[in-house]
Design a binder for this molecule. Sequence first.
Ligand SMILES: NC(=O)c1ccc[n+]([C@@H]2O[C@H](COP(=O)([O-])OP(=O)(O)OC[C@H]3O[C@@H](n4cnc5c(N)ncnc54)[C@H](OP(=O)(O)O)[C@@H]3O)[C@@H](O)[C@H]2O)c1
Length: 279
Amino acid sequence: MAKTAVVTGGSHNIGQGIAIVLAEHGYDVAITYNKRREGAEETKAEIEKLGRRCFIYQASLEKAEVPQQVMDRAHRDLGRIDLCVCNAGNGGFRGSVLSVTPEEVNQVFEVNFRNYILCAGAAARYMVADRIAGNIIFITSSRWEMAYPDDYLYGGFKACVERAARSMALDLSSYNIRVNCVAPGATWNPPKGMEERVNSPFVKESIPLHRVGTPRENGEAVAYLASDAASYITGITIRVDGGLILPGMLEGSEKIPWVREEWKQKMYDRAMAMMKREE
Ligand SMILES: NC(=O)c1ccc[n+]([C@@H]2O[C@H](COP(=O)([O-])OP(=O)(O)OC[C@H]3O[C@@H](n4cnc5c(N)ncnc54)[C@H](OP(=O)(O)O)[C@@H]3O)[C@@H](O)[C@H]2O)c1
């Protein structure tokens, strides 16, 4: 019998990549979309080409009752839930805490935290009832560890998910349900004609592996964590970020081998020019 997975936000980018990679690994899949039905149809077509089943559901996951409804439908259509990948999130909000509103906090909380917890709970209840040694995987972000001045809500709630995952790993261990996270860095599948943006000098120089990540690379990390090869792994995070968060401040950057000479010179010249302006 094929294994089964639910992937939230499977109509675009990372979620689409995860759903397709899981199908390649033999899963039948149910995906959700919010607004991009055509993206969900594209994912479904790719999965069906692989000879696997794919169900698609519209789901506005910021609504508290929707996660349970998604898992109910997925369980009915797939027959069981072996893997739940909580991916649908929204990194759009950026701002200063000096101007925060209650509405902004709620908006980020509902999609990036409450939705994840409620999806995981609903999927885990089915796994327990069906006696399935299943997996829950949260897609978080390298931003849960590395702070930027304007991402205290998005990064903060991603950190909440990471911490919650570790408690859930303990909570569900006696049912043999494993709970892990995948933390992407900058990840983008560029549409044709936009490859140049992805290959900009800024991206090439500031990410140690000199490129953005791909949705597929996150999919492979998910497939591994959910596989029997990872049967003794629970409560961890795999970063899929090309080393993005490792360097921190480029202190003594002249000694950092992946930063090229021209780039260092450019940064130095820019800093000098700024200092001159300030004098
Ligand atoms: N891309 C990155 O560089 C990056 C880096 C770190 C972490 N992440 C995390 O990885 C996950 C996926 O990111 P992505 O870049 O692939 O995002 P994306 O391209 O914006 O796609 C987001 C997916 O989630 C769905 N979605 C968004 N808001 C929703 C809502 N309120 N209710 C239900 N579904 C909703 C979207 O549905 P529709 O398309 O149908 O509207 C889409 O399928 C997110 O959790 C994000 O925080 C991304």
